[in-house]
Design a protein around this ligand. Sequence first.
Ligand code: SD4
Length: 330
Amino acid sequence: MRRRKFLKKSSLSTAGIVSAPLFSSCKNAPEEKEIPISVPARKPIVIATWNVPNATAKAWEVLNSGGTALDAVEQGTKVEEADTNNQSVGKGGRPDREGRVTLDACIMDQNGNCGAVVFLQNVTHAISVARKVMEATPHVMLAGEGAEQFAYEQGFAKENLLTEKSRLEWEEWKKESKYEPVINIENHDTIGMVAIDEKGDISGACTTSGMAYKMAGRVGDSPIIGSGLFVDNEIGGAAATGQGEEVVKTVGSFLVVELMRQGRSPQEACEEAVHRIVKGNPRHKDFQVGYIAINKNGETGGYCIHPGFSYRVYSKNGHENIEPGSFLEP
Ligand code: SD4
């Protein structure tokens, strides 16, 4: 039904065409089909979770001067990592129960290369360390002390990431020590970013300090390729924000990209991925999960479980903060 509407719409417009394998449920082998997308191609373009105008403006600066999507998402997310007012990312992030700020991040380029760090301490730019893992090692993920050691070897500076503000809040939290990640209020503003550059290449990045006051050693979706982030240069990219455990259980960002491969728009794909989490999960009122997505033609989408989520788009057509709708209780 949806697909028929899609085809009809595109035949009336000067639609862009992306060629993508469409997986049919009754066959094992992927069938090659053209998926028409009924919006004019717009690139370069960058999207990011939440309202992060400084981060998208930085990414745009890179894209607009002919830079790559990979550089754009790294430079863009670094803005939030360095911003101590953002207490969900990088320096100034809220600590775990023991008072340690531990960072998770991953990055993925247009060739399917990726790099990630988990439980990284004392280094602000986890996203750049993740990129170094991708480019300077044969591995895709480094954790804890190994990641930190690697970062110093690569020239990253050792820094105290726990700001006075985050420390005082943690001291306050310790008085009650009640861990309830209700609707992600405690930990908002993790940044997931996906960009398409002038050449049409897609890359993405995701970086976070994770859930506030998490158990020591806890890692969420954000550094896990396929969960917090996924990019397929033929199709598009997606990123997640919210309670990582729920995203990991459904391999959320990979799911969004695969749904787009099957012909869904970015908006439809984000909605379906959220519904997969909500379906049959009586706890869904207690947590937040949101997705953003972009397809090869620069069409964007976003959706989340609860209201209050927004995502940011920066393109030649202008820049805007979009509140994309959410799953509402029947
Ligand atoms: C996590 N997904 O560690 C992250 C948290 C987050 O906005 O996105 N907060 O589970």
